[in-house]
Design a protein around this ligand. Sequence first.
Ligand SMILES: Nc1ncnc2c1ncn2[C@@H]1O[C@H](COP(=O)(O)OP(=O)(O)OP(=O)(O)O)[C@@H](O)[C@H]1O
Ligand SMILES: [Mg+2]
Length: 431
Amino acid sequence: MLSNAERLLSRKQITSIVDSTRRTLALWSGSVSAGKTIASLIAFLLAVRVAPRTGLIVVVGRTLQTVYQNVFMPLQSPGLFGSLVAAQVVYTPGATKATILGREVMVIGAHNAEAVGRIQGATIALAYVDEATLLPEVFWNMLVTRLRVKGARLLATMNPASRNHWMRKSWILKADTVDLIHFHFTMLDNPTLEQSYIDRMKRSYSGVFYDRFIKGEWTNAEGAVYPMWDPDRHVIPWASMPAMQEIMGIGMDYGTTNATTALMLGVTAEEKPRLVMMDEWGYSPAEHDGRRLTDAELSRRFRTWLGQQHHPEPDGLRPRFLMLDPAAASMRVQLHNDLRGTGLSPWSADNDVLKGIATIANLLDGDEPRMVVTDRCTGWQSEVTEYRWDEKATTEGEDEVVKEDDHYLDGGRYITHSTVGYWKPMLELAA
Ligand SMILES: Nc1ncnc2c1ncn2[C@@H]1O[C@H](COP(=O)(O)OP(=O)(O)OP(=O)(O)O)[C@@H](O)[C@H]1O
Ligand SMILES: [Mg+2]
């Protein structure tokens, strides 16, 4: 059945596939690209063949989209599982049903607690869970109670989260009591990775993200979000900013009672290009006796700023993107109308906070930071030193930042993280 993978499995992968059958629950956790998904999917295919007929088979992930990418795409890849298996995995992206080795499978996106309704009352014979630490705890708990036929099993993969995460505290640490076996994987357990790839991944993460995604450890996000911040290394005078090869664009955070901010990001034309947070604009009611502005007035002031000079030696480059706070529906309409004919229109920024923070932290980290900020970005600088992980959330196992003064940081994160696909090749080419 597993013609191609068979020859390539690492010892750790093989052991986990065999040992996973010893317990009702089997969990694979650890670093990115560690081979967890491949090993657990082989275990899953073997389990599908013997799964009790009296219960459902379910495949669960955060969304139908991530289930498709992380589970069905590999299963349907002849290079990984052979063309025989690929032909026996039938799934249309977005659908809530699939067929695997002739058995009907229910597919569930469970990013919020409402998904509980889909399995309440059901009897489940076999479950496969992708990115389990990102699911609501109530959903997981319900799923486990549904495993009520003899021989029912659950297989799950995940990247580690905080030490207090419910998955670690209530399941992994109580493995024997809850009839669970846990496998910890790192990139060394993937038999196919080149050293250069491992090195590149190592360079892509720092701090808490390095510990989790590279070492595969369960660690808390604590204290300062950007502990590497150092004005001596990260701030440059606006007047002596290097020439740019590209102005990536502007990130905008929007608030009615809170500040509305805009941060402009460029890529330098240096031999070893860097990102520069070139300039910023903002309006905060708190600094104007609580006076709120209409969207029309905010837009007018923003456009006045946009028309000004943002580089000491004007070079004719224009910003490519305007990445707007995805929650700012009214402002999006306003800007869409007001910017007509300028070549710039508002896009919804990628607001994955953790990934965005990981992107910025990595750019700031190291002996030669790949991002600097000009001294015009005073709002950004005033926030970056204060930005902290939320201790209370950490105690509860969640990763959250204290949401106080983060409006300039959010604007900067929107443009930086949403355009990562554009600037990354520019930075890496010269690296
Ligand atoms: N035994 C194997 N044979 C062939 N390819 C493999 C094998 N193990 C891993 N790979 C390759 O390595 C890639 C990463 O493995 P996998 O998706 O299992 O990692 P993961 O631990 O689930 O990572 P992530 O945490 O990023 O989801 C796979 O897409 C596959 O191409
Ligand atoms: Mg995976």
